[in-house]
Design a protein around this ligand. Structure first.
Ligand SMILES: Cc1cc2nc3c(=O)[nH]c(=O)nc-3n(C[C@H](O)[C@H](O)[C@H](O)COP(=O)(O)OP(=O)(O)OC[C@H]3O[C@@H](n4cnc5c(N)ncnc54)[C@H](O)[C@@H]3O)c2cc1C
Ligand SMILES: *[C@@H]1O[C@H](CO)[C@@H](O)[C@H](O)[C@H]1NC(C)=O
Ligand SMILES: *[C@@H]1O[C@H](CO)[C@@H](O)[C@H](O)[C@H]1NC(C)=O
Ligand SMILES: *[C@@H]1O[C@H](CO)[C@@H](O)[C@H](O)[C@H]1NC(C)=O
Ligand SMILES: *[C@@H]1O[C@H](CO)[C@@H](O)[C@H](O)[C@H]1NC(C)=O
Ligand SMILES: *[C@@H]1O[C@H](CO)[C@@H](O)[C@H](O)[C@H]1NC(C)=O
Ligand SMILES: *[C@@H]1O[C@H](CO)[C@@H](O)[C@H](O)[C@H]1NC(C)=O
Ligand SMILES: *[C@@H]1O[C@H](CO)[C@@H](O)[C@H](O)[C@H]1NC(C)=O
Ligand SMILES: *[C@@H]1O[C@H](CO)[C@@H](O)[C@H](O)[C@H]1NC(C)=O
Ligand SMILES: *[C@@H]1O[C@H](CO)[C@@H](O)[C@H](O)[C@H]1NC(C)=O
Ligand SMILES: *[C@@H]1O[C@H](CO)[C@@H](O)[C@H](O)[C@H]1NC(C)=O
Ligand SMILES: *[C@@H]1O[C@H](CO)[C@@H](O)[C@H](O)[C@H]1NC(C)=O
Ligand SMILES: *[C@@H]1O[C@H](CO)[C@@H](O)[C@H](O)[C@H]1NC(C)=O
Length: 502
């Protein structure tokens, strides 16, 4: 019989792999956690397979165990037990990582599932919100709205606040209120040695810096305190679509950029994106323009007028005006109340490209992308889109935050592109040519730009095929993050495919 310290899954171990098998026994691990009152699922348990299902079904990941703590102290216990067995430990909030990092991204991690930690309280005096990391964005929006408050964040209601606020958090209120992480004023963090600490300007300031852009490499955030904002008194939700040929769509893209760059056109209360989808015929694309505007209702038309003057009449238009929460619901993907339906899933590959505001896209670059989408994209059987999200422009709060104030390293983007392709039926297997198809979207955009163009990438659209991810995600912040990583996590316990290395 094999000594148990060599291998935890006797059947999975061959003579060759014994030497690399780590020293765990999953049922012992489960037993140790149970003694501390912490439930966990391991392989063989009913529920384990469903609980280890990533959002992106392109990945199959088998954690050694998935633990369900309810307090910071229990998280600390899980971390200490994991450390004693030299396991990778990872947090899972909403589980929407594009590359299954909430499950560790590789097999054998100890997953700290935060779904039992859903408390949200709003201090009526300060407006500060304490939000536990098991919450999804839709539920956060509803709870804050009940107190007349709001935060900037994305429109997919099932995304977790843990990952979203750990790496960015962009939504249609971000030009007026910043990224989600810009609103964190303090956090409780469980470190690799099990200590429970506060990270804020006055307490562990370097950790406070790091969790706002690269949280998962440094600890498990067990509670977040946000500065919130009074909800705007009115809000517009808008959505326009067009079928366009290549010249028309290229000119529309160019008009969108000119409008965004015009210092007097787009106030911070304006949030939006354009999105390219498959056209109805070869040589065409569908273009949509949608978002929220939080300024006075009557000013919406004049705000978009300089852009719309250069566009054909939309094939479809839907503009509704109402309250903040109605505007969020109108553009949401998923119901705001996430208890009403099960979470969804997809089988996809996505990338990102953040285009700096100081080197605008050339017409050649925009036309090359549109041509690729109208031709190669039309012939693809994948279900695809390219989002072009407005980050910059006049007085955008995202870009008013100092570059070094947070670990989030992107304070000069005009647009964040998200090229994305799902398998044709949204289920595995993922077609091999999906990768080169999506790579081609980025390549076509880059091909029309100068060779030394300094584009970067958005860490919440995380991509494990991005070769120079350290520089693209973190720029000059990477070295500073490494120093802190060596200090706070010397054994590299919080490890996953795109974690900060020592
Ligand atoms: C359908 C969809 C729509 C999206 N729309 C937007 C959008 O509009 N805007 C936008 O900015 N992004 C958007 N995203 C990207 C999203 O912000 C990221 O995928 C985000 O990281 C997911 O967070 P999560 O908690 O759901 O994921 P998880 O997989 O649970 O976590 C993601 C990463 O964060 C870590 N993490 C999670 N919780 C904690 C914690 N408490 N402490 C430390 N580390 C933690 C995990 O270990 C993992 O590395 C979207 C994603 C999807 C799938
Ligand atoms: C793992 O631990 C359980 C419970 O302690 C024990 O019954 C089992 O034999 C161990 N398995 C291995 C491979 O050591
Ligand atoms: C995890 O293990 C399963 C079963 O052996 C395998 O199919 C899968 O590819 C592995 N996942 C990763 C990310 O290596
Ligand atoms: C939620 O927070 C409130 C206020 O801090 C506290 O009274 C309550 O006990 C918390 N609930 C849970 C389940 O932690
Ligand atoms: C845990 O690590 C932190 C940061 O390095 C340190 O301040 C603290 O003293 C450590 N705690 C224990 C119990 O070792
Ligand atoms: C780019 O295209 C737009 C729209 O077609 C056009 O108005 C503009 O003159 C072009 N710019 C350059 C530099 O060619
Ligand atoms: C910039 O925007 C202002 C206000 O909308 C508009 O009057 C002006 O014509 C725009 N300039 C250009 C070059 O588009
Ligand atoms: C805005 O424009 C739309 C479409 O042209 C029009 O129906 C609507 O009445 C306008 N709203 C205002 C407030 O002018
Ligand atoms: C327009 O948007 C509103 C708000 O989301 C929605 O209720 C309505 O169904 C939409 N209308 C159309 C025609 O899509
Ligand atoms: C915009 O309208 C199109 C066409 O009806 C629809 O497919 C799309 O889902 C809408 N988008 C948003 C954000 O409402
Ligand atoms: C969400 O829906 C659930 C189930 O229908 C319900 O019990 C709960 O009260 C709803 N929550 C909110 C904030 O509306
Ligand atoms: C994916 O989502 C679909 C639709 O909600 C659901 O029927 C299916 O069971 C899910 N698949 C997995 C593997 O979670
Ligand atoms: C940010 O920090 C780096 C490295 O310490 C420094 O070189 C740079 O000047 C700082 N940038 C700003 C905008 O403060």
């Amino acid at each position: 019989m094999l000594p148990k310290t060599l291998c935890f899954l006797t059947l999975a171990c061959t003579i060759v792999s014994i030497t690399i098998c780590s020293a765990q026994n999953a049922s012992e691990l489960k037993g140790q956690l149970a003694l501390q009152g912490i439930p966990a699922l391991i392989q063989g348990d009913s529920g384990y397979t469903a609980a280890s299902q990533p959002y992106n079904l392109r990945y199959t990941v088998e954690p050694i165990a998935i633990a369900y703590p309810t307090t910071s102290e229990q998280i600390s216990t899980v971390v200490i037990v994991g450390a004693s067995q030299k396991l990778n430990v990872v947090a899972r909030s909403g589980g929407h990582s594009y590359i299954a990092n909430g499950l560790g991204g590789t097999n054998g991690s100890l997953v700290v599932d935060l779904s039992q930690m859903k408390n949200i309280t709003v201090n009526p005096v300060t407006g500060h919100a304490m939000i536990e990391p098991g919450n999804r964005l839709g539920d956060v929006a509803l709870a804050l709205n009940d107190a007349g408050r709001g935060l900037p964040h994305g429109r997919c209601t099932y995304v977790g606040i843990g990952g979203h606020s750990g790496f960015g958090g962009w939504g249609f209120a971000s030009r007026m209120w910043g990224m989600t992480l810009d609103n964190i004023i303090s956090a409780t963090v469980v470190l690799s040695n099990g200590s429970i600490v506060t990270a804020s300007e006055g307490s562990n300031p370097e950790l406070y810096w790091a969790i706002r852009g690269s949280s998962a490499s440094f600890g498990i955030v067990s509670s977040l305190e946000f500065r919130t904002h009074p909800v705007p008194s009115s809000a517009t939700a808008y959505n326009f679509t067009w079928q366009m040929d290549i010249p028309t769509a290229s000119a529309a893209f160019s008009a969108f950029q000119s409008w965004a760059l015009n210092g007097s056109s787009v106030p911070p209360e304006f949030g939006g994106e354009i999105k390219f989808l498959k056209g109805q015929a070869y040589g065409q694309v569908e273009l949509s323009f949608f978002g929220n505007y939080f300024g006075p209702d009557a000013k919406f038309n004049e705000t978009i007028a300089p852009f719309f003057e250069r566009l054909p009449t939309p094939d479809f238009a839907n503009v509704t005006q109402g309250t903040w929460i109605e505007a969020l619901a109108a553009i949401a993907v998923g119901n705001l109340n996430t208890s009403t339906h099960l979470d969804s899933n997809d089988t996809f590959y996505a990338k990102s490209l953040m285009a700096p505001e100081d080197v605008p896209l050339t017409n050649e670059s925009m036309t090359t992308l549109v041509t690729y989408l109208a031709e190669v994209g039309f012939n693809s059987s994948d279900f695809w889109h390219v989002e072009v999200e407005l980050y910059g422009g006049s007085r955008s709060v995202i870009n008013q935050v100092g570059l070094n104030n947070t670990a989030f390293a992107h304070r000069n983007a005009l647009f964040t592109f998200q090229p994305y392709a799902s398998s044709p039926n949204l289920l595995p297997p993922y077609p091999k040519n999906g990768f080169s198809f999506v790579d081609g979207m980025v390549e076509s955009l880059i091909s029309g730009m100068p060779n030394d163009w300094q584009w970067s990438a958005y860490p919440n659209y995380v991509d494990d095929r991005l070769p120079d991810w350290r520089r693209r995600y973190y720029g000059a912040h990477y070295d500073r993050l490494r120093v802190l990583k060596a200090e706070l996590d010397p054994t590299d316990m919080f490890r996953f495919p795109t974690s900060i290395e020592e």
